[in-house]
Design a protein around this ligand. Sequence first.
Ligand SMILES: Cc1cc2nc3c(=O)[nH]c(=O)nc-3n(C[C@H](O)[C@H](O)[C@H](O)COP(=O)(O)OP(=O)(O)OC[C@H]3O[C@@H](n4cnc5c(N)ncnc54)[C@H](O)[C@@H]3O)c2cc1C
Length: 467
Amino acid sequence: MSTATPRPAAVPNVIVVGAGLSGMTAAYTLAARGLEVIVVEAKDRVGGRTHSDPDYEGGPLDLGGMLIGVTHDRSRRLGETLGLTWAHARPEGRMTYRVNGDVILAPDSSYPTTIDGSDGFDVKLAEAYGKFDVLAARVGADGPWDTAFDRELDMMTVATWLELNVPDPVVRRIVDTDLNIIVGAATSEISMLFWAQYVAKCENMHALQVTANDALWIGGAQQISQRIAEQPGITLVTESPVTSVQYTDDSVTVHTKKSAYTAAHAIIAVPPASANAIAYIPELPLQRRQLQARAPMGRESKVQMRYPSPFWRESHQSGEVFDLDLGYLALDVTRPGDLSATIVAFIGGKDYDAWFALGDTGRRQAVIESLVATLGPAASEPLSYHETDWPSIPYTLGAPVTVMPPGLLSSIGTALNAPIGPLRFAGTEAAPMWTGYMEGAVRAGEAAAQSILDSLATSATTAAGSR
Ligand SMILES: Cc1cc2nc3c(=O)[nH]c(=O)nc-3n(C[C@H](O)[C@H](O)[C@H](O)COP(=O)(O)OP(=O)(O)OC[C@H]3O[C@@H](n4cnc5c(N)ncnc54)[C@H](O)[C@@H]3O)c2cc1C
């Protein structure tokens, strides 16, 4: 790996902007085919939204992306190829809910039946989530972009859709909180078309709620990008935010404050809002500009508590807590070999806003009090408490994924990943499937790399034919 200024002799074939998992996967795919790749990264590290602390007391801690899904084949294969191993997450046991101060233990692998003294919640919740699945199947992962149906869905927020389609206010509140956690935005901020397509890209609601959280990388998810950085053919330049990208039909120059790099192709592997902070000469087409200007990152914090043991398992609790009062989802993410047990809690969207306003001490107190109520008194004294506030992290600006307000998705069409001259767009947001996840980052990186390989093959064939 080289983190210094690139060797002058190494004229790159491709420049990758952004050393997150997507950009690194693209670089890996291209370098494996013999191309010279320069990866230019703003931060002082690779991995972007994956960031692991290997030396955290008690065992490695993942501060960002962490869980691998059952069908996350490409990212799993990539990690395994690089020598990593994984272990199953989600220990057996009952999930715990807290609603209006009541603590409810759900039956194994099911929603709770009785909430707030009234029955039938398992059926009502399954019905509400089932409606998302129906819409997701109709919208599909790839569009279409121009039907009246899609435009109508894009004219309303998820909050409005819930008001119209989910009569029970408690069910609405559960679904609402769930979405705040999944995408890090309030349902009043996001388009129903965006959400339906998000579900389609992640298979269905069951996949989003259960199978996406199947396993954990031993040692942490950031290692994938770190190991790619050691591969031949890849030159890494860190602490170099890209300020402008100047392009013609067949060449691109990427500028940082310190240097400029020129190649035949570039892959922009940063989220749309981060891509909007870069100047493009000439200007990008209108649809791509709109996407970058109008689609923000969600907002989410990841809070992790370490305990001497996973004491909740003794009472057949899985450690999974869904607290509607504070608005978070917690999971037991203890890895084999860890010296202590870990509970992680995700707080996003409007619940993040309210919780963040509590201040340092108030936030910690609120989370610990909730865990005491739901998992038991042993939760009161964690060995450690760690918050990662992603909205305050430069060049990422939020978590876990980009969201779209009404009116955007139906008007930007394919701008998420359409090539522009020598530019390709990667990043989990550009993924054909599993957008918002590490799997999406890998798939989008592979797709952008493949598009460049295809274009090089076409040029080679044309050149051979004209001889
Ligand atoms: C708290 C949290 C929890 C998550 N949990 C999970 C999970 O359990 N499972 C899962 O699969 N996914 C999870 N995700 C999502 C997953 O981490 C991301 O989908 C994935 O890592 C995105 O990778 P990426 O390469 O597309 O983007 P990023 O990781 O955002 O990479 C983009 C890179 O571009 C850099 N950059 C930005 N601007 C510039 C610039 N001007 N010049 C140069 N470089 C620039 C950034 O610094 C960054 O390194 C989570 C994310 C977060 C934040």
